[in-house]
Design a protein around this ligand. Sequence first.
Ligand code: FES
Ligand SMILES: [Fe+2]
Length: 368
Amino acid sequence: MTDTKPLIDTIRAAAALPYEKAVTLPGAAYSDEALFAHERNTVLAKGWHCLGRCDEVPEAGDFFTADLLGEPLLIVRGDDGAIRVLSNLCRHRLMPLAEGRGTADKFVCSYHAWSYARDGALRSAPRMKNTALETDTCRLPAYRSEEWRGFLYVTLDDNAPPLADALADLEGIIAPYHTQDFRVIHSTEEVWRCNWKCLVENFMEGYHLSVVHPVTLHGYTPSALSRKFEGGSGFTGYHANYPQSIPPRGAGHSGLNEEERHRSTLFCVYPCQVVSQAANLLASLYLKPLAVDAVRVKWTLSVWQDEFDEAAIAERIALWEEVNREDREKLERLQPGLASSRADAGSLAPADYEGTIHDFHGYLAQHM
Ligand code: FES
Ligand SMILES: [Fe+2]
């Protein structure tokens, strides 16, 4: 394993520059196996990760599974209404318990039929006579989770500071949209062959919008109208403003003003969630890094109440599928060259276009 210190020093030095002199990271930051291993143990293992929308599991017993950094997770709503993030491993001999998504009265292990209640408590262990097994207290271990604005977050670090504190300054920007009241209408997963940080950086900069998305996005979020807002310890973001010449794209919450209706607000909840919030449409990508050059991407679309009919929903899903395809094509083409001996650092565009990338580097430098 190579020494990662010089690369981390490079990231720290880049993060310390002012916006007007900001630089990109060298290709090694996105292609070095040892650095990825280091990220797994630091920024990723200690961070808060969004798993999806709370209304993906609206009723008691609704569940879905996920794998985060090798931790098999079972996300389930209990009879008490609380969503828990449990270990998805049977306590007998660690067989994965649930698969995919669905609704369950109880979770029965496919190996020897131990069963668990919706809150993770062991219900029965057929034919077990082992007196060392404390059936009353045996349960699937839980991970720390938090809900914020209708999103569900988990951390693998029992000592991580609360997420809500780190997002306090984002609240004021997002609150008028009533994000927590959006209704999820689409959820899908795919694996992109790129470094997870490239995807975060791509989603978070407005510089590429007009070039990469000339048909899908340029008409209402041209690069030229991107305006960064101030980030905080747990987030960064920018407003992708719509030209005055186009009508607002939807009403959304009655408390929104015209300016808020006339833009999309893009933000990153560090390290791995990127979101686009518009008046009546909410898109979110949840990244689960798999390897230095691979990331599992779950993305959801949510809509404001009943503002869209079925045809409009299908049209928005198709639009976002195309936007993601356009970004993915660029990122997968970018990745192989990042290990080149000539993949040196470049320059970042002005803060309104790429300052969010610089903010992200600041977060990385602090948490690596
Ligand atoms: S591993 Fe689950 S019952 Fe044996
Ligand atoms: Fe894009």
